[in-house]
Design a protein around this ligand. Structure first.
Ligand code: GLU
Length: 291
């Protein structure tokens, strides 16, 4: 799976926990047009580590909707649920560096003690379990207490020093800008859960490197998460791609489209008679030309 040439490689990485809406279509079309502009290839990756919310029928629907939009990708498609060993290995490397610790706090306990919020607006972890003694950790793990493993972000950032990432956009051919990453504003993020040796942050970083992704294209709402991604890239000795953050598709209330807000899916629009070209035009992309 490692990179065999310097050819630009991009990816669209949906989570199959629902059907695609116009926001996903924009992100996918942006990725494929950026790949074309760079003379590279866009891959599809299925981010299905959440076994409760992700369903094979949504994966099938995503593939079908993207094909309907006129998009194609090289096979095989990477599915994160088949890569748990690779994420567990990455977790072990962080454990060897003494950067992962078990946390037994409930959401309510965290909310009660949090001193602020992270860039996503979630309560910042107050560090309660960071200093549990090894004996206490072992006792609670053996007792089977619900556990998740957190990154000791302060120690990790001390090891890493100042970190930057390269940002380009909105045109992929624009001049690159350098940004400082600020992982400390996320606190001690969860990197592994009981029964799932990974989290969004860990698997995305491991897979972008394993697939040789050179350019990450994603919505602006995910720009802040890059702080953690570049820190993990440093700690795991992985190359850092170039980042592009595209605009978000908003609804009439100015809110980002989302499954939870009941945004209309591509299938709803298709049932109402929209064609793939209607979707492209609506989102500001040229209709597909078939040669
Ligand atoms: N799987 C994530 C999502 O569906 C996107 C991952 C990424 O672009 O890094 O929101």
């Amino acid at each position: 799976m490692s990179r065999s040439s310097n050819r630009p490689l991009l990816r669209f990485a949906p989570s199959p926990n629902g059907l695609l809406h116009l926001g996903h279509a924009f992100s996918a079309l942006y990725t494929w047009s950026a790949a074309a502009a760079l003379g590279g290839t866009a891959l599809l990756r299925i981010e299905d580590i959440d076994g409760e919310r992700c369903k094979p029928e949504f994966t099938a629907a995503i593939l079908e909707d993207l094909h309907w939009l006129g998009l194609d990708w090289p096979e095989p498609v990477l599915q994160q649920s088949a890569r748990l060993d690779a994420y567990a290995d990455a977790g072990e490397r962080l454990r060897d560096l003494d950067l992962l610790y078990p946390c037994f706090c409930s959401r309510a306990q965290i909310a009660a003690k949090a001193t602020g919020t992270d860039p996503d607006g979630a309560p910042l972890y107050p560090g309660t379990c960071r200093h549990l003694s090894p004996a206490e950790q072992i006792e609670r793990l053996e007792r089977g207490d619900p556990v998740q493993f957190r990154l000791d972000t302060e120690r990790a950032t001390a090891m890493a020093g100042a970190l930057t990432f390269t940002l380009v956009g909105p045109l992929v051919t624009d001049r690159p800008q350098i940004r400082y990453a600020r992982p400390e504003r996320w606190g001690d993020v969860v990197l592994q859960r009981k029964g799932t040796p990974t989290s969004y942050h860990l698997s995305v970083v491991v897979d972008d490197a394993a697939q040789g992704i050179t350019h990450v294209t994603r919505g602006r709402d995910m720009e802040a998460a890059t702080d953690i991604h570049v820190l993990l890239q440093f700690l795991l000795g992985l190359a850092s791609p170039i980042y592009h953050f595209h605009r978000l598709i908003l609804d009439e209330d100015g809110k980002k489209l989302s499954k939870s807000r009941g945004s209309r899916t591509l299938r709803d629009l298709r049932a109402d008679g929209w064609s793939p070209d209607d979707i492209r035009r609506e989102l500001g992309f040229a209709p597909l030309r078939l040669n």
